[in-house]
Design a protein around this ligand. Structure first.
Ligand SMILES: O=P(O)(O)OC[C@H]1O[C@](O)(CO)[C@@H](O)[C@@H]1O
Length: 555
């Protein structure tokens, strides 16, 4: 599918709608959320949308009905509808890598209707791998897959980093209740040996299965951890057959996995039209499938698929991902918010902020548009966050009274994931209370009326007018998690499209990788004395080398 080049132009801010939005912003600037709620008693329900188990309340954003109309018109003017169709249709919208972007095909149902890439029907490839994954996951769950000493698998260790770790790690934690209790799931990502050591602690090599997950199979952290895991296995049960029986790989680079020693029939494939941070739906989700079963995994895909359909078909004013994306644009580009907090009020979603950090910042942390020109307006904010209520006792002080306004997404789940009485009422009450306190604050007069000493009044007043969106899920199960993640994926798409950037490359990670390769060579080249680096880098390398030599000498 080809797409009109003008859709790819960087600067979407030269159009009429952008000018209208700016003028509108000036006209409502200074209108406090208190005033907006006072002006419309129904605002709390009028600016909320419910769809298939997800409730999105954006009434505590600093927007009016007119703001939303203008934002939607801006999206139309910018060709967002065509952009969405281009992605689903398999156009090579990842222009800097000349790739299609088809993570949505990983969860599509009708293989016959799926796009083709380079002459291959995407749906057929997806179905084939899904089937292989299901058979494998089943054999691990049922105890049919045996290790080299014929014992059943009791622990699965996923070795991967970035998108090859964050998705399955986050989802396995979120869905732990629905997971098989017979298998211990662990995730290793950091090249710091402490990570692998901790993950292996207490495990028995005879009953451990490693999944080496790497799209490229060249990522140094993953390969280093995989080599050390292999050594641990061989030290534990000897060489014969160990790697073959205890290692599988997930990769687009089958040949490299084979060179590592993983049998070709133990390599689960995916494709370069799946971005790393969009890959949890692919074989990268193998650990998740083993945890929740192939039925659970298919529910997870079905949840994402339902969000895909909504994204593609719902009018923009009622379209959850479009609304979330547009609110982000409003906060970032009109209100000037440089950061965005994600605050899941559910321990099961504790890893969601880290997952979304990669999704949003690696996708949209760009300053050059698809046309190669510098972008005209700011792109992705810094995304950060932590599970509530812990954050309330750490960084919420700044959210309420700091000089920086931080728009927040509060995410809650109506149904608790445990049976302990009383906790959930408190948790949800805290979530709602925080959104209320951020929006409305407390005026100096209100503080005074409570008899607070005058010198404390300015310290105990809260400005309010701090925007937040609340996303309330009916429950947290594979289907609803799929919906939630796809919601954020498409939000990122909306924003990337409107900013005119390529959301699907990540060139910004390359320079540091190359530099690390040179520095590690230098650190290990003991005989070389002239370091070809700047004085700071050279001094640090020298210092580390001396410490390393001293430690070796002491041993
Ligand atoms: O799956 P791979 O190829 O090992 O890459 C891991 C991660 O590294 C990156 O390429 C860059 O950090 C991510 O986009 C990716 O998810």
């Amino acid at each position: 599918m080809s797409i009109d080049n003008h859709e790819f132009r960087t600067d979407r801010t030269s159009g009429q709608r952008w000018h209208a939005l700016r003028a509108h912003h000036q006209s409502i600037d200074g209108t406090h959320l208190r005033d907006l709620f006072a002006a419309d008693p129904d605002r709390g329900t009028a600016m909320a949308i419910e769809s298939d188990g997800l409730y999105l309340d954006y009434s505590k954003q600093r927007v009016t009905a007119e703001t939303m109309t203008l934002l939607v018109e801006f999206a139309h003017e910018s060709g967002l509808r065509d952009g969405i169709e281009a992605m689903f249709g398999g156009a090579r919208i990842n222009t800097t890598e000349d790739r299609a972007v088809l993570h949505t095909a990983l969860r599509a149902l009708d293989a016959d209707a799926s796009p083709t890439v380079d002459g291959h029907a995407v749906g057929e490839q997806v179905d084939r791998v899904l089937h292989r994954m299901s058979v494998f996951a089943q054999s691990v769950r049922r105890g049919r897959l045996r290790g080299a000493t014929s014992r059943r698998i009791e622990a699965v260790v996923n070795i991967g980093i970035g998108g090859s770790d964050l998705g399955p790690a986050m989802a396995c934690r979120a869905l732990a209740e629905a997971s098989t209790p017979d298998i211990d799931f662990r995730f290793v990502s950091n090249v710091d040996g402490a990570d692998l050591s901790a993950a292996l602690r207490g495990l028995d090599p005879e009953t451990t299965l490693f999944i080496v997950s790497s799209k490229t199979f060249t990522t140094v952290e993953t390969l280093t951890n995989a080599e050390s895991a292999r050594q641990w296995l061989i030290d534990g049960i000897g060489d014969r057959g160990a790697v073959r029986e205890h290692f599988v790989a997930v990769s687009t680079n089958v040949e490299a996995a084979r060179r590592f020693g993983i049998a070709e029939e133990n390599v689960f494939e995916f494709w370069d039209w799946v971005g790393g941070r969009y890959s949890v739906w692919s074989a990268i989700g193998l650990s998740l499938m083993i945890a929740i079963g192939s039925g659970g995994f298919r529910d997870f895909l079905a949840g994402a698929r339902s969000m895909d359909t909504e994204f593609r078909t719902a009018p923009f004013e009622k379209n959850l991902p479009v609304l979330l994306g547009l609110l982000g644009i409003w906060n970032r580009n009109l209100l000037g918010a440089a950061t965005h907090a994600v605050l899941p009020y559910d321990e099961r979603l504790a890893l969601l902020p880290a997952y979304l950090q990669q999704l949003e910042m690696e996708s949209n942390g760009k300053s050059v548009g698809v046309d190669g020109e510098p972008v005209a307006i700011d792109t992705a904010p810094i995304v950060w966050g932590a599970a509530g209520t812990n954050g309330q006792h750490a960084f919420f002080q700044l959210l309420h009274q700091g000089t920086t306004v931080v728009p927040c997404d509060f995410i809650g789940v109506l149904e608790p994931g445990h049976l302990l009485a009383g906790h959930h009422d408190l948790l949800i009450a805290n979530l709602i209370a925080q959104t209320q306190a951020l929006a409305f604050g407390r005026t100096a007069d209100e503080v005074r009326a409570e008899g607070v000493a005058e010198h404390q009044v300015p310290h105990r007043a809260f400005p309010g007018d701090r925007p937040s969106t609340t996303i309330m899920m009916d429950r947290l199960d594979p289907y609803s998690l799929g919906r939630l993640l796809a919601l954020y994926e498409h939000k990122v798409f909306v924003q990337g499209w409107l900013w005119g950037i390529d959301s699907f490359d990540q060139w910004g990670v390359e320079l540091g990788k190359v530099a690390a390769g040179r520095i590690v060579d230098e650190i290990r080249a003991e005989d070389r004395t002239v370091l070809p680096f700047d004085s700071s880098t050279a001094a640090q390398i020298g210092r580390y080398r001396r410490a390393r030599a001293a430690a070796e000498h002491d041993r």
